[in-house]
Design a protein. Structure first.
Length: 229
């Protein structure tokens, strides 16, 4: 895999993901007539839909991380090298910000608008840890058992996590950083970003530990199965 092509794919994918998250929130608010449930449904559906597309078409090029937590997890597992991981994380952060600016431009909003949506407290942090751990488990177990289904698995998980977590499942440090630059439905206050990122880091580690516990057992069960003749 070419690192240059991988970085371009990570930039395009992460930027389009953030443009979708922010843009669908703006459109949802405009059409929902004050019904927050409709806005959340639109936001979750659009995000899940674009994730399915982006992972399907960009996965073969870059692995379709679009998320520093995923990239760092892959580095810890030895799937990628340190230089590639650092380059991915940098590109993801820049691309996420570019995606927010793109969404603002498409809806004729001020390009940079520091977030005002308060998202803090133990419940929010726990939600982010759970959301990130679940995302890592979905990816790692899916890659082992159902690699062809990864786009659908990740999209389905994120759609569900929008609804079962109090934080609406950011589960991504780059997304969190970029969403601090919008006052739309998807925004977060800049002061709340560190708590979210720390919780996401804890969730990433928990996901790695759980996967390490589960995958050997799954391998043993697989190896015990009779070999077809």
């Amino acid at each position: 895999m070419s690192l240059r092509r991988g970085l371009i794919a990570e930039f395009v994918g992460t930027a389009l993901l953030l443009a979708t998250v922010v843009g669908s929130g703006v459109m949802g608010v405009a059409l929902a007539d004050g019904n927050d449930a409709v806005v959340l449904l639109a936001n979750a559906a659009a995000t899940a839909g674009i994730l399915y597309v982006l992972i399907s078409v960009l996965g073969p090029i870059s692995g379709a991380h679009f998320n520093p937590a995923v990239t760092l997890a892959m580095r810890v597992r030895g799937e990628i090298g340190s230089a590639q991981a650092a380059a991915y994380v940098l590109v993801q952060a820049v691309a996420a910000i570019a995606g927010v600016l793109l969404a603002h431009a498409m809806f004729d909003l001020p390009l940079v608008q520091p977030g005002t949506h308060a998202r803090t407290g133990v419940a929010q942090w726990l939600s982010e840890a759970v959301a990130t751990a679940g995302l890592l488990l979905t990816i790692l177990l899916g890659l082992r058992h159902r690699p062809a289904a990864i786009p659908a698995l990740v999209a389905s998980y994120i759609f569900a996590a929008y609804w079962f977590t109090a934080s609406t499942s950011f589960a991504n440090p780059a997304v969190t950083l970029a969403r601090a630059l919008t006052q739309t439905f998807a925004g977060i206050r800049p002061v709340d970003v560190p708590g979210f990122v720390l919780a996401q880091g804890a969730g990433m580690l928990a996901g790695l530990v759980l996967a390490a516990w589960l995958l050997p057992a799954a391998d043993a069960a697989r190896d015990a199965e009779p070999t077809p003749r």
